[in-house]
Design a protein around this ligand. Structure first.
Ligand SMILES: [Zn+2]
Ligand SMILES: [Zn+2]
Length: 281
C-alpha cells in the first residue's frame, strides 16, 4: 500500500500538531506524500481557519520543510478553501497569493439563498439539525439541496483540484430526516458528480467521520463511489488528519472500499500535475 495524505490540518488552523510534527510523523509512518492544507481564511471570526495575517508564515514554513526533508517525503502546499457564495475569496486568489500546489474545495457552511442565513453542517448533531431547521424554515430538503447546489457552484466557478467530503451533509441528516436511497437525494448527487466530471476535479474519499465516530462509512458513501467509478472520476484517499495519530486512520479500510467499488487507480501529484497510479492494497 502506498500512503498519500494530501489533506491534513495543523496548528495554523484547528489541527493539534505543528506542520513539522505532521511531516516527521508522516515520514515515520512511511507516508510518501503529505499535503499541508489548513482551512482557508474567511472574513468572519471563527475558531477553525488560519488567520489572514498568518498565511505568509504558513507558506514560509512549508518551503523550509520541503528543503529540510527533501528525499524523505514529498511535501505540498495547499489550503482547504471554504466556498460560501458572496463571502469567501476565490481558490485562484489563494493559489496566487501563496503559490499553492493545488487547492481542496469544501462546503462546511450552507447559505440559504433566500435569507442569507448560514447552516454549519458539522458539529453537534442535535445543534446542527436545529440550526438547519431554523435557517431553512423547517425545510430539510431545501437545506440539503442548497448544500449540493452550493457544492456545484463551487466546482463550476472555483474548479478546485480536489473536492472535499462530497456528502458530508449526510452526517447530521441521513437516517434521521431521510434515507440515502431517496430519489431526490440521489438526483442531487448525480448532478454534482457530473459537474466534478466536467471540471476534471478529483473526488476525495474522506475517512474522518468514521474515526471520529460520527458516521458509519466514508464521505462520500460506497454507493456514490461506485457511481463515480462508472463515470471515470479520479479519486484520492484522505484521512483529513487533524493530528499525527490520525494521519492513516482508516486509510486501508478506505482503500478496500474504493477497490470494491471498482477503482484500480488512485491520483498521485508529481511535477505539478496529477497522474494516475495503480491502487495497491
Ligand atoms: Zn472539511
Ligand atoms: Zn479538512
Amino acid at each position: 500500500m502506498q500512503y498519500l495524505c494530501y489533506h491534513t490540518h495543523n496548528l495554523f488552523c484547528d489541527g493539534k500538531n505543528s506542520i513539522e510534527e505532521m511531516v516527521q510523523s508522516a515520514i515515520n509512518q512511511k507516508i510518501k506524500a503529505i499535503g499541508i492544507s489548513s482551512h482557508s481564511p474567511v472574513n468572519f471570526f471563527n475558531k477553525w481557519s488560519i488567520s489572514d495575517d498568518k498565511t505568509k508564515k504558513y507558506r514560509e514554513i512549508i518551503s523550509v520543510l520541503q528543503q529540510k526533508y527533501e528525499g524523505q517525503i514529498h511535501i505540498f502546499a495547499s489550503l482547504e478553501v471554504d466556498y460560501i457564495p458572496k463571502l469567501t475569496n476565490t481558490n485562484e486568489y489563494f493559489s496566487n497569493l501563496l503559490n499553492l500546489d493545488y487547492t481542496i474545495g469544501a462546503v462546511h457552511l450552507v447559505r440559504n439563498p433566500n435569507n442569507g442565513g448560514l447552516w454549519f453542517i458539522d458539529g453537534d448533531k442535535k445543534q446542527s439539525q436545529n440550526n438547519m431547521l431554523k435557517i431553512f424554515d423547517g425545510d430539510y430538503k431545501f437545506a440539503v439541496k442548497s448544500y449540493f447546489s452550493q457544492m456545484r457552484e463551487m466546482i463550476i466557478t472555483q474548479k478546485p483540484d480536489i473536492i472535499a467530503h462530497l456528502d458530508k451533509v449526510a452526517m447530521n441528516t441521513i437516517g434521521v430526516l431521510f434515507e440515502e436511497y431517496e430519489d431526490w437525494y440521489q438526483n442531487e448527487v448525480d448532478l454534482t458528480l457530473q459537474e466534478i466530471k466536467n471540471a476534471g476535479s478529483i473526488m476525495e474519499i474522506n475517512t474522518r467521520g468514521i474515526y471520529k465516530g460520527k458516521w458509519h462509512t466514508t464521505f462520500p458513501s460506497p454507493k456514490i463511489i461506485r457511481k463515480a467509478n462508472i463515470m471515470g472520476i479520479p479519486i484520492i484517499i484522505s484521512t483529513d488528519a487533524h493530528s499525527t495519530s490520525e494521519l492513516l486512520s482508516y486509510y486501508k479500510e478506505a482503500a478496500i472500499i474504493v477497490h470494491e467499488a471498482g477503482y484500480e487507480t488512485i491520483s498521485f501529484y508529481k511535477n505539478n500535475k496529477w497522474e494516475q497510479i495503480p491502487l495497491l492494497l
